[in-house]
Design a protein around this ligand. Sequence first.
Ligand code: G3P
Ligand code: CA
Length: 317
Amino acid sequence: MTPTSPEPGGEPTGAADAKRRTVEANGAGTSASRTVNNGAQLGRPRPLVVAHRGSSAALPEHTIGAYMRAIAEGADGLECDVRLTRDGHLVCIHDGRLNRVSNGTGRVSRHVLAELDELDFGSWHPGPAEPEPAEPEPAEPEPAATGAPVDPRTRVLTLEKLLDAAVGAGRPLQLLIETKHPTRYGAEVEDRLVAMLRWYGLNKPDDTAVRVTVMSFSELAMRRIHPLAPALDRVLLTEFVRPDRRDGRLPIGVNIAGPGVRVVKANPGLVAAWHRRGYRVFVWTVNEPREVDLMVELGVDAIITDRPRMVLDRIGP
Ligand code: G3P
Ligand code: CA
């Protein structure tokens, strides 16, 4: 997707102008009069809809079930966090500790994969909150090393399994992989990630298949990734934009801005500032319908959400 930079000396930019253009284009002054708000009225592609940790409002985050559901719901992309286990496996887990998302305790980085594989990453979750699309029958639970049955849909998810699922979807999918820092393993996370992407042939972008983008809150991680996989897009995630970067500047090695939705709501003009410099803007975690409308009006390039079906229904095809 190309950035939606204004023509030199052409269209005005900024939140107020974007909002005005949307209202004019809709031919109505109230959002109640429109059923779909997808940016097409403004002559630009609709934002990508990326499932944050899978379809994670409906199913436990970072489980294969949550990702399969996101694919079934029609998400354009999948987001995941990666961490290294003690024996060097990349696993999709957000927190540094196991306590919130599993029945285990302690640090992810202190466990070997076989230990994580005995844990249940699903029962903490309240279960589907939204109607489910037709899903394949679950596979029979397989015994873990302890002999206790573990539902395969809520076992620890390795990046390898997620890549297999994404490739196996058989349709174009954006895969946004976030390397989590700080970690005791430092640069090894990016090294192992790029090695795995190379093995899958995913270190070069391909819009007809799985297209990987790497993200991090760590500028150092972005600087490391750039020479390792120069063809991949890189997103710097941020919950706060430094005053010297409010003109849309991004650090070297980064080509996509990744602000939190709160940042954008507080400073909507930032989207145009990034676009003017030729950067795309991927916003997280956009879960409320009114936030979706604002992101479309501002012309962001990707909406990262726990509720991909809701966002797709809101913005249309
Ligand atoms: O997609 C970016 C977003 O995931 C960053 O925040 O804490 O959910 O990893 P977090
Ligand atoms: Ca993340």
